[in-house]
Design a protein around this ligand. Structure first.
Ligand SMILES: [Zn+2]
Length: 298
């Protein structure tokens, strides 16, 4: 892809990252090197590199614990998906959520507005293309809604894609012949997207798995490199032209005393172009997609 003219947005989605208490059950409080992932209730946020943090409501007026399928649908469409369903939907989108996504996906709306390229930076393993998909994530549905291509392992090897485990460690353990990426190496790949694509989505979900497993050891292993990956990306992108938005679908990893998702707000953190105006309009998960579309069309 060619270098683009004009502005760009990176949406860095982290599954299961909430704003928790500053106590030992919170790995974001227990471990060091957590900037810019760690935000605490009742404490002013001072994000890394002058980012702006907006506590964001993932509950969306619906009882129960916020869940991934409906929360991610809200982020990727701007539609209050839990309210449409009447409940928070776990895991993967059902038919009703897939319909919302197929009509309102941010990728589809950007394409309709003539904004592109818009890409999902995550690479898929060969099995995704050869085996029938019983379960599709909200992100996969959002990309399919616009008929966009998926990235594959050759893209990853060519440093034109990232695995959800951006180090590629888990792929190597599964026997795939791919290079190990450092956080700075992964950041170079993600930053390159910001120069070639108007909109880039990246998804990371090990955080949610760690939360369900209540695994402090895994939190100590995975969170510091994730934080470093984001810091390094922010150093490499042109914040005059690019807006970097970090958000999550619900809380989880910020309280390892419970196996479930939390009811906490999630942090939406915005760096770069238009950060103040964007932060000012974000109150819940449905505000993110329209804000991105406005950043890229107005
Ligand atoms: Zn979960």
């Amino acid at each position: 892809m060619e270098v683009i003219e004009g502005s760009s947005v990176i949406l860095f989605f982290i599954d299961g990252l909430g704003i928790g208490d500053d106590d030992p059950q919170n790995p974001l409080a227990r471990f060091s090197g957590m900037e810019p992932l760690a935000y605490f209730k009742g404490r002013p946020a001072e994000p890394y590199l002058d980012g702006v943090m907006k506590p964001t409501d993932p509950r969306l007026g619906v009882d129960g614990r916020p869940q991934s399928a409906s929360g991610q649908t809200a982020i990727l469409t701007g539609v209050n998906a839990p309210q449409r369903l009447g409940y928070h939907k776990q895991g993967f989108p059902n038919g009703e959520l897939r319909e919302i996504i197929s009509e309102n996906s941010i990728f589809l709306r950007l394409s309709a507005a003539g904004v592109g390229p818009a890409v999902f930076a995550n690479a898929y393993t060969p099995g995704f293309f050869t085996e029938p998909q019983r379960w599709k994530s909200a992100t996969t549905c959002a990309v399919e809604a616009a008929g966009l291509p998926f990235r594959k392992l050759p893209d990853l090897i060519g440093r034109k894609a990232l695995f959800h485990d951006f180090t590629n460690q888990s792929l190597r353990e599964r026997g795939f012949d791919v290079p190990l990426f450092s956080p700075a190496g992964a950041a170079a790949v993600l930053a390159d997207f910001s120069r070639r694509c108007r909109f880039t989505l990246y998804e990371y979900f090990i955080t949610d798995k760690i939360g369900h497993a209540q695994d402090f050891t895994a939190a100590g292993i995975h969170l510091p490199p994730l934080a470093e990956f984001i810091r390094e990306t922010l150093k490499l992108i042109d914040l005059e032209k690019t807006t970097f938005i970090l958000t999550s679908d619900h809380g989880n990893i910020e309280d390892l005393s419970v196996r479930n998702h939390t009811l906490n707000d999630v942090p939406t953190v915005i760096w770069g172009r238009g950060k103040m105006e964007t932060a000012a309009r974000i109150a819940d998960l449905t505000d993110i997609a329209p804000a991105i579309i406005d950043l890229l069309t107005k």
